[in-house]
Design a protein around this ligand. Structure first.
Ligand SMILES: *Cc1c(COP(=O)(O)O)cnc(C)c1O
Length: 356
């Protein structure tokens, strides 16, 4: 194909699932992208191959020391049938920031973007078109060197898999109920919370399970030092509307710098809505709630885009936010971002990238 990416097409294309029953990350397309790294060769052998299992040595470092990063981004089919990616450059830049934190060699962002576009083109029939659906893209890098010494691996593999995903909100947006976690922490400043690396998610499972057992949808994480300052909600960034000002926790080192977070901040500034990136404590939120000033809360992330929060539970007390419907600002941001993604709205920041 002229760009050095070898393409091996599958002989057996899979049947495609119904667009009504896609769910999230359950069905995978016919092909995947892979590229390998060795210390003396760099990244090499970019290739598109049939979707298939990965065979690894049991001593591969990823299994033992968690040296792995991932990304999550989306492609959309516009009403005119064209396929576009949402901010792929920002996602690949962040992948390199994650890589740097855990000593994974950097990828060439342009090469990987070219490969990603070609992979989507090969599997373009898998990009769903129904309202709210998209193609979720999961690039990930694993340390493959078979050696048990604790040191950066000298071999890696980058893989990109694609999964058509359904409308996140089946019957409209339902505000979620959040358990504010007093004990477990997801990450601490100085650790790896600002990298999209596997261990952060394993760290959150216990509290998430316990919250679910108590009937909550997600966990709100507090900082690991004071157990006071809000960090994130589940694997989303979080925003609060306090009076007329929007506040989101500053990137402190333990918070993942979400692309959706950045998109929301830019849109709010475009709309002349005051937005502050600063520390915000759970005590401040409780006080604001008591004063009637906690008007809205919502999470931001690629999967849900905007996820309104309808209730916080903190130390046995429940704080209802809003009236059971998404707040006006959450609604406006959701409509703006999804409008840009679906191609129905102008794209003032040039966020959408064509396949070719
Ligand atoms: C991926 C992720 C987010 C959201 O990032 P987006 O780029 O908006 O998808 C937020 N927090 C955590 C912990 C994440 O892993």
């Amino acid at each position: 194909m002229g760009n050095g990416i070898a393409v091996e097409l599958t002989a057996a294309r899979k049947p495609k699932p119904s667009q009504q029953a896609l769910g999230f990350g359950r069905y995978f397309t016919d092909h995947m992208f892979m590229m390998d790294y060795e210390a003396d060769r760099g990244w090499h052998q970019p290739r598109i191959v049939p979707y298939q299992p990965i065979v690894l040595d049991p001593a591969a470092k990823v299994f033992h020391y968690g040296q792995t990063v991932f990304e999550g981004m989306k492609a959309f089919r516009a009403k005119d049938g064209r396929i576009r990616l949402f901010r792929p450059d920002a996602h690949l830049r962040r992948m390199n920031r994650s890589n740097a934190r855990i000593c994974v060699p950097p990828i060439d962002e342009e090469t990987v973007l070219t490969a990603l576009k070609q992979l989507i083109a090969v599997d373009r029939e898998w990009v769903p078109e129904n309202e709210g659906t998209s193609l979720y893209i999961r690039p990930f890098i694993i340390a493959t060197e078979p050696l048990l010494g604790v040191a950066p691996s000298r071999q890696y593999r980058l893989t990109i898999i694609l999964t058509p995903v359904g409308a996140y909100y089946g019957e409209g947006i339902r505000p979620v109920r959040i358990h504010v976690e007093p004990d477990d922490v997801r990450a601490v400043a100085g650790g790896v919370g600002e990298a999209k690396t596997a261990g952060n998610y394993a760290a959150g499972l216990q509290a998430q399970e316990e919250a679910a057992r108590q009937g909550y949808d997600q966990v709100m994480w507090l900082d690991g030092v004071h157990r006071q300052y809000i960090e994130e909600v589940g694997s989303m960034n979080v925003f609060f509307r306090l009076g007329e000002t929007v506040v989101t926790p500053a990137l402190s080192g333990s918070i993942l710098a979400g692309v959706t977070r950045d998109s929301a901040i830019r849109l709010l500034r475009l709309w002349d809505i005051p937005v502050e990136e600063r520390n915000v404590s759970i005590d401040e939120l409780v006080e604001a709630h008591r004063a009637g000033a906690l008007r809205e809360a919502f999470g931001t992330g690629t999967a849900a885009v905007i996820s309104p929060i309808g209730e916080l539970q903190w130390r046995g007390e429940r704080f209802a936010i809003g009236n059971g419907d998404p707040g006006p600002l959450a609604r406006r941001l959701y409509d703006a971002v999804t409008g840009i993604q679906r191609g129905g709205e102008p794209d003032p920041f040039g966020w959408m990238a064509d396949l070719d």
